[in-house]
Design a protein around this ligand. Structure first.
Ligand code: ZN
Length: 488
């Protein structure tokens, strides 16, 4: 728990205590006033409580940052009495203990393997699970599902819970609970929400942002997403490199006290050559939300889904189709947008022209734009390519790059559009690409409200960092170089 939250918690507890006492006093002041003993109790209560707040505050929140930075590095060395094995065995055997076991369903898992990880040997329960529809994610194991069991010493499950996360925004997470009732089982399903905690990390960039974040303990899956928070800036030349520093706040999700998974990144901040970039997660109506600046602008490379004026979809995305002109069955993985000849065609996202060509037997006049290391787009059958569109020329999202036509193999004027991710064509209308350039006013207000406490934490991490603890490499270099240092 972080110092401010400890402090907040203390203050809250004390506040509640004072309220109770005050309410009690108001109700029975007469009696209190008459009894010296009660007056004493009252005096102690009101005297000690504030003192304990002060002590808690002082111990939880050191007066200066250097102290805090040092306390982060302090190792606590204290001898703990280790109970003897014999004592522990006695405890286990005398209490016929129920133990809790948890696991996450893996790729190609089996019910048997899941049971053995949960320390269950219970054939009747296996048969029950296989006969139920509610338990299908367990009988036909679905990867990533979290399972928790309370198991008795004879390896029978007292309860078994399957936590199912919803796959769409308008559904709730549900937990399926199986309970043993003697020789029978009861089953029910109810909604659940994760208990979410925030984790914070900060560090100096060495080789790369991702590796440096991992080096200070940020989980890999979180570290790998951090550059996405600055995707647009990185595509526009921000080079996060050695000597820069970073801070990240992300969620950790728990169920009944057990850690289940990492949640989303809430905020990332990077200081590059003295300039600080901040990026916050916001609910933008898409399934996973996105990274935005406080002014509501997306920090990712955003795509226009339909990059042509006045379009209708004339041929949906499909792996194979009979070509309307040649009659030959061939892959058609782009999307055709029918539109009047001469209508404007836009760059779907910021990028650089990577190809300009004419293909009489295919796309006619066409352009390709490279948006980043993984994504390119292609625009075919143009009647005319806009002026200045040469290979190597940078273009902005929404910039006019050409006009609708029917050059190449086409039955009528349309834009043949392709979006390729890692050289594979994906459906531009369905795939998950950031396409929201600005938050709505309402979304922006929500972002500002949720970002406020995060900014305070980023600032606190920044103050701690300003003490500049040495990176491990610097520390080693310093130690090694000490003997050779000239002495005056
Ligand atoms: Zn086409």
């Amino acid at each position: 728990m972080s110092a401010p939250s400890i402090l907040a918690k203390n203050l809250r507890t004390v506040g509640q205590g004072l309220c109770l006492v005050a309410r009690g006093c108001a109700r029975s002041w007469d009696r209190v006033a008459k009894s010296p003993y009660r007056r004493l109790v009252l005096g102690i209560t009101f005297g000690i409580l504030p003192a304990s707040v002060a002590i808690a505050t002082y111990s939880a929140y050191p007066s200066d940052d250097e102290q805090m930075a040092r306390s982060l590095q302090t190792e606590i060395v204290a001898p703990l009495p280790i109970p003897s094995i014999a004592d522990q065995i006695t405890v286990v055997t005398t209490h016929s203990a129920v133990t809790t076991h948890t696991t996450m369903i893996r790729v190609n898992d089996t019910l048997g393997a899941i049971f053995s990880r949960l320390n269950i040997e219970d054939a009747a329960l296996q048969r029950f699970i296989r006969g139920q529809t509610l338990t299908q994610p367990l009988s036909t194991p679905r990867e990533g599902v979290y399972v928790q069991a309370k198991v008795t010493a004879d390896k029978k499950a007292q309860t078994l819970k399957i936590f199912l996360e919803s796959r769409s925004a308008n559904q709730k997470n549900s937990v399926v609970t199986i309970s043993r009732r003697g020789e029978r089982f009861a089953i029910n399903s109810a909604p659940f929400v994760y208990e979410t905690q925030q984790a914070m990390s900060a560090g100096l960039v060495e080789e790369s942002l991702i590796e440096s974040a991992k080096a200070v303990g940020v989980p890999g899956e979180i570290a790998e997403k951090m550059p996405l928070a600055f995707e647009r800036a990185i595509n526009n030349g921000l080079d996060i490199s050695k000597g820069d520093d970073f801070r990240v706040i992300y969620e950790r999700q728990f169920l009944e006290g057990d850690f289940v998974r990492n949640g989303k990144i809430l905020a990332v901040s990077v200081t590059h050559h003295g300039k600080t970039y901040e990026s916050f997660w916001a609910d933008d109506g898409t399934r996973n939300g996105g990274f935005y600046s406080l002014d509501g602008t997306s920090n990712r490379t955003t795509f226009i889904r339909v990059p042509v004026e006045g379009a209708r979809v004339t041929s949906s995305f499909m792996p194979m189709r009979r070509h309307p002109v040649t009659g030959v069955l061939r892959p058609h993985q782009g999307t055709d947008f029918g539109a009047p000849r001469g209508n404007k065609i836009f760059a779907a996202a910021d990028g650089v022209i990577s190809r300009r060509s004419f293909d009489k037997r295919g796309f006619g006049n066409y352009l390709m734009i490279k948006h980043d290391d993984s994504r390119t787009t292609l625009y075919g059958h143009m009647s005319r390519i806009a002026e200045g569109m040469k290979v190597g020329v940078p273009v902005k999202r929404g910039q006019v790059i050409g006009y609708v036509g029917a050059t190449g193999l086409a039955t009528g004027p349309h834009l043949h559009y392709e979006l390729r991710v890692n050289n594979r064509q994906v459906n531009p209308l369905k795939t998950s690409i950031p396409d929201k350039e600005h938050l709505t006013n309402e979304e922006k207000h929500k972002l500002l409200a949720s970002a406020r406490p995060l900014m305070a934490r980023l600032a606190m991490l920044n103050r701690i960092q300003s003490v500049k603890p040495l990176t491990p490499r610097e520390a080693v270099a310093k130690e090694e170089s000490t003997p050779e240092q000239p002495r005056s």
